[in-house]
Design a protein around this ligand. Structure first.
Ligand code: NAD
Ligand code: TYD
Length: 340
């Protein structure tokens, strides 16, 4: 099979490329990424010389480029991770979220319609369901929960999901959608909560906690997300949505304190800052469908996953220090400059 992974130089896409290249040596994995600020080819160093891996630089919203790519490569499967993914950035600059997350997805769908595809998989998020109240721990997001978004980011992701389903119903494109809770693990860009707190705590810098830190997120290790997507792409029913989550709800304050304890740093580093506008209170996934229909089970719980993740950031300082210094953006030139 030939699989195009879009956004494979990002956090989850990069982990997915590693996973697929190792697990399926007979498949060809093409990593298509525009290398925005969030794309980092240093993440792909462990696989860059494997015979079943190839990187192509390109924009999913560039119609001419995407159609030519489909014509040349004739992919069997698309797994679409490429997106603008940070809620805070969507509050300051919503437009790029519409272009990449909505128009990029419809461009890929149009190419699937024109050239044919065995499966188009859309990597979506639990944020499309909006949020849950803090005082109702009995409530969870199921696949039937109505879409009810809060941020420009989640609105763009929900809009993309609606287009995916419309292309399935109207044009018969074989599709699946996964909606996962917050991920953590190796190679996450240090603007997101956990790597930001690890990198700042190691530098003895203040840790900015929005509001009172009581907002709840449902954390899943990125490897468990990758395994779930692989399962859904291969065995999931056509036209279906699957929620992915491992019942690891924590308040932001609990997460930050876990990082501080693991690094032996004082809680006095915590600094409460102005809350994010429209800040979602609680996310919590009910993954029953994925567990019962496809037999998925997460490998990590929050404690084992956080231990592994913090260790990874300690052992791979160069990877995130290059991001903080900006050095990572030169890697494409270094690696591919003479091949262009
Ligand atoms: P990320 O920001 O780390 O990576 C996004 C990647 O997409 C980057 O490599 C970037 O260069 C690339 N990209 C951006 N615009 C592009 C374009 N126009 N064309 C081609 N490539 C482009 O994001 P992530 O955290 O790895 O998230 C990946 C996907 O998973 C996103 O679709 C996100 O909505 C979804 N998701 C993320 C989480 C999470 O906790 N991070 C949870 C659930 C779902
Ligand atoms: P984030 O990693 O941005 O993911 P999302 O907003 O998509 O859930 O944030 C996770 C939680 O952490 C969210 O409730 C916002 C909070 N947060 C902080 O308190 N401080 C920070 O500096 C950041 C980046 C996030």
């Amino acid at each position: 099979m030939k699989i195009i992974v879009t956004g494979g130089a990002g956090f989850i896409g990069g982990n997915f490329v590693h996973y697929m290249v190792e697990k399926y040596p007979e498949d060809m994995i093409i990593n298509l990424d525009a290398l925005t600020y969030a794309g980092n080819l240093e993440t792909l160093k462990p696989v860059e010389n494997k015979p079943n891996y190839k990187f192509i630089k390109g924009d999913i919203a560039d119609r001419e480029f995407i159609f030519k790519l489909f014509e040349d490569e004739k992919p069997d499967v698309i797994v679409n991770f490429a997106a603008e993914s940070h809620v805070d950035r969507s509050i300051t600059d919503p437009e790029i979220f519409v272009r990449t997350n909505v128009m990029g997805t419809t461009t890929l769908l149009d190419a699937c319609k024109q050239f044919g595809i065995k499966r188009f998989h859309q990597v979506s998020t639990d944020e499309v369901y909006g949020d849950l109240p803090l005082d109702r721990p009995d409530l969870f997001f199921t696949e039937e929960t109505p879409l009810h978004t809060s941020s420009p980011y989640s609105s763009s992701k929900a809009s993309a999901d609606l287009f995916v389903m419309a292309y399935h119903r109207t044009f018969g494109i074989p599709v699946s959608i996964s909606r996962c809770s917050n991920n953590y693990g190796p190679y996450q860009f240090p603007e997101k909560l956990i790597p930001l707190m690890i990198s700042r705590a190691l530098a003895d810098e203040e840790l900015p906690v929005y509001g009172n830190g009581a907002n709840v997120r449902d954390w899943l290790h990125v490897k468990d997300h990758c395994q779930a997507i692989d399962l859904i792409v291969r065995k999931g029913a056509d036209g279906c949505v699957y929620n992915i989550g491992g019942h690891n709800e924590r308040t932001n304050l609990e997460v930050v304190k876990t990082v501080l304890r693991a690094l032996d740093k004082p809680e006095s580093l915590i600094k409460y800052v102005t809350d994010r506008p429209g800040h979602d209170r609680r996310y919590a996934i009910d993954p029953k469908k994925l567990e019962t229909e496809l037999g998925w089970k997460p490998e990590f719980n929050f404690d084992t996953g956080m231990k592994q993740t913090i260790q990874w950031y300690l052992e791979n300082r160069e990877w995130w220090e290059h991001i903080i210094s900006g050095e990572y953006s030169n890697y494409f030139e270094k690696m591919y400059g003479d091949k262009l």
